[in-house]
Write a protein that binds this ligand. Sequence first.
Ligand code: FAD
Length: 355
Amino acid sequence: MTQSVSVVVIGGGQAGLAAGYHLRRLGIEFVILDAQAAPGGAWQHAWDSLHLFSPATFSSLPGRPMPHQSGEVYPDAQHVVGYLTDYEKRYELPVIRPVQVHSVHPAVAGLRVETDTGTWHAQAVISATGTWWRPFLPAVPGRDVFRGRQLHTVDYRSPQDFSGQRVIVVGGGNSGAQIAADLAEHADLTWATARPPRYLADDIDGRALFDAATARRRALETGGADTGGVAGLGDIVAVPPVRAARDAGLLQAMPMFTRLTEAGPIWPDGSRTPAAAIIWATGFRPTLAHLAPLRLRDRDGRVPTVGTRAIDEPRLHLLGYGDWTGPASATLIGVGRPARDAARDLSALLRSKDC
Ligand code: FAD
C-alpha cells in the first residue's frame, strides 16, 4: 500500500529535524523517515571523547537553545544526542524509525519514495541524510596489501583499543587532529597529513567558522566579492585536548606517506614504519545513493542546487551536506537558515500547481 503525504524528509538527524521544525511552522504536512533505531543521527556513533568545537550556545537548532553541559564548555556527543532527542519530542516531530529509504523516483504529481517498510507518495522531498554513512578513503597505493588493521573515523571508539601499539593517523582536519590527540598518550602515534596542519587561532572556536560562512553568504547575496568563507581561517579548531597535545609536542605531523606495504607506510624519504593500525580520518562524501533514479548527479557526485533546491528537480531539496547546500549547513547552528529557506520554497511550490 502506498501512503501519501505532502513532504517526505529523508533523515532524522539535526538537518532533518531543523527541516521538520520549519515545515511544522508553515503548516505543511510531512513525515521524517530515519534509518536509525534511535534519535541523534550520526552523533550516536561518535568516538567516546568527541566534543563539539563550539560551546552549547553556538550549537543550537532553530527555536530551542542547546542547554549548557555541566562541567563542559564544549559539549560531548552524548549531550548532542540528548538535545536532539529532546528537540524532536518537544516539537512533536513525526519521525518514523527505523526506516531505510532505498530510492526516490519521479511520479505523477510528485515523487515516489521506496523504503524497506513500504512506499510513500510525496509532492516533494527533502533529503537530509548526512555524510557519516559514506566514509571516504583515498586511493593510496598498497592500501589493499597492508596486513594491519585499517579503520575510518566512523570505526574509531577509544584510545584504549590501541594501547601500546604503533598507529598511523591519516588526515589533517578536525577528526584527524582530535583522534591523534586522543591516541597520543596511549599509542606510539604517527600523524600523517597531506599538508602541514593549519590550526585556527587558539582563542577562536567553531563560532568563527559560522561567522565566516555567514559573512561569505551575505557578501555573495549582496553581489560582493567572495570572502572565501571558512577556508582561509584554518582547518583545525584547537579544542582543549588538541591544544594540550599540540603544546606538549605530541602532535608532530609527517608529510603523507607515498605507499603502503604489508607492514606499514613508506615515507617520501624512503624510510618505513611498521604499524599495527592505520586510522583514516580522511573525510566523508554525501549520502545520496537513494537519489540515483532521479539521475541528477554531476561528475563530482553532487546534485547541482540553487540554495537547497535541486536545479533539475524543484520538488527535491538537499539539506545539511555542506556549503553547497547552504553556508555552514553541515553544522548544528548553521542548518537552521537553509532549513527555513527550503521549507518556504516548498510552501510556495505546494501552493502552486507545479508539483
Ligand atoms: P546525520 O547526523 O548523519 O543524520 C542523517 C540521518 O539520516 C541519520 O540518522 C541517518 O541514519 C539517516 N539516513 C541516512 N541515509 C538514510 C536513508 N537512505 N534512509 C533513511 N535515513 C537515512 N557540527 C557542529 O556544528 N559542531 C561540531 O562540533 C561538529 N563536529 C563534528 C565532528 C565530526 C567528527 C563530524 C563527522 C562532524 C561534525 N560536525 C559538527 C558536523 C555535523 O554537525 C554532523 O556531521 C551532523 O551529524 C550532521 O547532521 P545531519 O543531520 O546532516 O546528518
